[in-house]
Write a protein that binds this ligand. Structure first.
Ligand code: ATP
Length: 354
């Protein structure tokens, strides 16, 4: 399916503040595409336009090569799952799941067969007789998922469907959802503001900010080669260290005199002037004997890793290290940077230069 230069302006929104601004995305069949961005960036609006709950002011949305703009929601062959489960409270789980099949006029036997199959797939067989009020949030969300899956739509649209679940169930359900999507082979567009959820689920991530697409790529691509400083800061926990830098010949100088090994020089870096921004992932910086002097400020253990806060000439940098690396706060350490891990951004546009 495609978004082709899609714009959405709500009443009183200036063009420059449109909810969705010229969005173009080419989503491959069977792909799990995650739209990721902060609150208010237009993710939900983009999804609602696919579902037919909003119409674009400009541009086209195509499913299976055909424009769906102007079609009734029910004629779009998509299934939307929200954060809130929107189940019918007076119907049992079974009747909730059955509902779309009933509307479609399938025989009772066919309805039963499909409901049983999807209930089995999601492991909710024993919940079928219960009403939503007798189910936990996680169970209700499974019933809502089952109701979407049973329709066998062309596209699943998921709007933060896991955000009401507790942390453990959320991680469990997202693994299941990913497996299920692959098994069903149905294209899925999944909206979230949670970068970890996006990284773990997506075939590709489309990062949105203020209604505009910032980057689309695999989780590895957006993590390793963020297109701009927004993506660099939004993806990764802790985020990429961003340091003001000066280009001095072939060197990049940061934090009051730390000379970094320059990444392979490209003409974009050479012609960008002398004031730049350098990006270093926390794991791209190592604590070594020798190296750039730094002072340890704090050590945050996370079990499988430690995040070490250091300062270089007063500039704060986060370093990711193995769990047994535990320098005392106040101690002096040395830092080293892998040249391949140095990202460089233009200071005025924020765009990546390498
Ligand atoms: P969140 O993660 O908080 O749900 P979002 O990225 O999904 O945010 P949208 O709900 O798509 O963001 O909203 C995008 C922008 O459009 C916001 O500035 C929002 O206030 C505005 N907006 C959304 N719906 C309407 C509406 N019906 N009328 C007016 N403005 C709206």
């Amino acid at each position: 399916m495609q978004f082709d230069n899609v714009w959405k302006l709500f009443a009183a929104q200036a063009e420059s503040a449109a909810a969705v601004r010229g969005l173009s995305l080419d989503i491959t069949d069977r792909e799990l595409l995650v739209i990721l961005g902060p609150s208010g960036c237009g993710k939900t609006t983009a999804l609602r336009m696919v579902a037919g709950l909003e119409e674009p002011d400009r541009g086209d949305i195509r499913i299976g090569g055909k424009s769906v703009v102007g079609l009734e929601p029910k004629d779009r062959d998509v299934a939307l799952v929200f954060q809130s489960y929107a189940l019918y409270p007076h119907l049992s789980a079974q009747e909730n799941i059955r509902y779309p099949l009933k509307v479609r006029g399938l025989s009772r036997a066919e309805q039963d067969r499909k409901v049983a199959r999807v209930a089995d797939m999601l492991g909710i067989g024993r919940l079928l007789p219960r009403r939503p009020g007798q189910l936990s949030g996680g169970e209700q969300q499974r019933v809502a998922l089952a109701r979407a899956i049973v329709r066998e739509p062309r596209v699943f649209l998921m709007d933060e469907p896991l955000s009401n679940l507790d942390a453990k169930l959320r991680v469990h359900t997202r693994t299941e959802l990913k497996t299920l999507q692959r098994e069903l082979g149905t294209t899925m567009v999944f909206v979230t503001h949670d970068q970890a959820e996006a990284m773990s689920l997506a075939n590709r991530i489309a990062v949105l900010n203020a209604g505009e697409l910032q980057q689309i790529g695999t989780p590895d691509e957006v993590y390793d080669h963020p297109a701009n400083v927004f993506v660099a800061e939004f993806i990764g926990s802790p985020p990429m260290n961003l340091l003001k830098a000066t280009r001095d010949g072939g060197d990049l100088v940061v934090a009051g005199g730390w000379r970094l090994p320059a990444p392979k020089r490209g003409s974009a870096i050479d012609s960008a002037g002398t004031e730049l921004t350098v990006g270093l992932r926390p794991e791209g910086v190592q604590i070594v004997a020798g190296g750039q002097p730094a002072e340890v400020v704090a050590v945050e253990p996370f079990g499988s890793e430690v995040i070490i806060d250091v300062r270089v000439n007063g500039e704060a940098i986060k370093v990711r290290a193995a769990p047994d690396v535990r320098p005392e706060p106040g101690r002096k350490v040395g830092l080293r940077v892998d040249p391949a891990a140095v990202r460089v951004f233009d200071n005025s546009s924020g765009d990546a230069l390498n």
